[in-house]
Design a protein around this ligand. Structure first.
Ligand SMILES: C[S@@+](CC[C@H](N)C(=O)[O-])C[C@H]1O[C@@H](n2cnc3c(N)ncnc32)[C@H](O)[C@@H]1O
Length: 455
């Protein structure tokens, strides 16, 4: 790999005696990994059998690659994620029932990790500034079976008006100069210049300032980057500590091979040692930096945070009586114990919203919670998202398919069933994996797998 001369000179100076080992590691192959989904009812055994072993510091993490067309991947039992990046979700450590914000969330590696830890309880707002990337984020969350996640596409400055002092935990996985990913994505080297880290740091401080407005007193902020640049790492944490005197760094339990942050690369504040650096010459993964801070602000909400969001209200539409009846007919037969938070309509799409409705006003929401299905003329068609978010035991009507039949299903073909089951909607299950819905009509399962996803 051809690293820029200025980059090499900078890190020779910063790393001193370690520099040659560090620079040599950047010419070694990168590591891949995946996490298993704790929301599912079993382990993705075929993916695990082909893995290169456990990631020691993440209970759900493995080294290795997953086939994107495998049952485990397509039904959301695994998420491919670089091993160092997995440590971020461990540090955030969200608890079931909390309000959590993932401010720079696409494509969703950390969001899926957080949702698994929250056991789908509480609220996770996953925000991504770029709508196209937010769409990919929403798709990844559907595959993962997220029930408690709302996907928004807002700038942090707009989001802050909606959620003053609202979240228990906020993750800022910041857009950065990406130096830690150079060996995984060498194209990133082209964007690099000696001034680039300072430009990124400037943008990161603006994002952090918005995050601070949304953090509850007592709340926890986790800041992470995939760069080695001190400007974006320790120096930004010093900036935070100097500008927000109520913020305190929290210790992070480091696993073998993880380094302390470097106070001497910022303002020599020894507390910066509590942050963590993942260097590729010390750990089996790419370069990362993580800091965890607690907001010790006294509990009262300052007046200045109470400013109103003046953007146009997005009105909440509820299903009418006929639609509710259609939905209930499906629900009582297939998922009699499903208890929605609140049912709302987006056009003819039915969602289960896990957020107070006044918080939706004025927000650009791509996914207002779990997509339950679509109303079409006089019927309700359940969504793939709902199937992927449910466990086989939760469904009253199940058809077991083998892997060949599952391949027919994801290809868009009908499946012929020999069992004498009654006509109606069924959750299709392959080897304990909820895979989608099918409508059985006289021994033939009609295929409702979305056309855009067939392969
Ligand atoms: C490091 S990536 C996030 C990766 C993601 N957390 C994951 O684990 O999959 C940073 C994200 O910040 C977004 N971003 C870029 N500029 C931004 C800005 N000014 N404010 C907020 N987010 C921004 C990028 O589009 C990108 O999706």
């Amino acid at each position: 790999m051809q690293l820029p001369d200025e980059f090499v000179t900078k890190y020779k100076k910063l790393m001193g005696a370690e520099a040659s080992e560090f620079l040599a590691a950047l010419n070694q192959p990168s590591y891949s990994g995946f996490r298993e989904n704790p929301l599912k009812n079993g382990h993705p055994t075929s993916a695990i059998n082909q893995s290169a072993g456990k990631v020691p510091y993440v209970s759900t993490g493995y080294y290795g690659q997953v086939n994107g067309k495998s049952l485990d991947h397509v039904t959301g039992w695994v998420y491919s994620q670089e091993p160092s990046a997995m440590f971020v979700g461990e540090v955030v450590d969200p608890q079931p029932g909390e309000r959590v914000l993932d401010l720079c969330a696409a494509p969703g590696g950390k969001t899926t990790h957080l949702i698994g830890k929250m056991n789908n309880e509480g609220l996770l707002v996953a925000n991504e500034i770029f709508p196209k990337r937010a769409k990919i984020l929403a798709e990844n969350l559907e595959r993962w079976g997220a029930k408690n996640a709302v996907v928004t596409s807002e700038s942090p400055a707009d989001l802050e008006k909606q959620f003053p002092q609202y979240f228990d935990r906020i993750l800022v996985d910041a857009p950065c100069s990406g130096e830690g990913m150079f060996r995984k994505e060498p194209a990133g080297i082209e964007y690099w210049s000696p001034d680039y880290p300072a430009e990124c740091a400037n943008r990161q401080q603006k994002i952090l300032a918005s995050a601070m407005k949304m953090l509850k007193p007592g709340g926890v902020l986790v800041y992470s980057t995939c760069t080695f640049a001190p400007e974006e790492d320790e120096q930004n944490i010093s900036w935070l500590l100097n500008n927000y005197p109520h913020l305190e760094l929290m210790p992070i339990k480091k696993a073998a091979g993880m380094d302390d942050g470097r106070p001497e690369w910022a303002d020599n504040n020894s507390d910066l040692e509590k942050t963590v650096r993942l260097f590729p010459h010390h750990i089996k993964g790419e370069g990362h930096f993580i800091a965890k801070l607690i907001n010790k602000t006294p509990v009262a909400v300052p007046e200045k945070y109470k400013k109103k969001n003046k953007r146009k209200k997005q009105s909440i539409v509820r299903p009418d009586k006929t639609q509710l009846k259609l939905f209930e007919q499906f629900q009582t037969k297939v998922f009699p114990n499903y208890q929605p938070h609140q049912l709302i309509l987006f056009g003819d799409q039915l969602y289960d919203l896990p957020l107070e409705e006044d918080k939706m006003a004025g927000l650009n929401v791509l996914r207002p919670g779990l997509h339950l299905g679509t109303f079409k003329k006089n019927r309700f068609e359940p969504s793939l998202a709902w199937a992927l978010a449910s466990l086989p035991d939760e469904a009253e009507q199940v058809i077991e398919v083998d892997e060949d039949q599952w391949r027919q299903y994801v290809h868009g073909d009908v499946i012929n069933i020999v069992d004498n089951q009654a006509n109606g909607w069924y959750l299709l299950v392959c080897n304990r994996h909820s895979a989608g819905f099918g409508k059985l009509v006289n021994g033939t399962v009609k295929n409702f797998y979305p056309k855009g996803l067939r392969f």
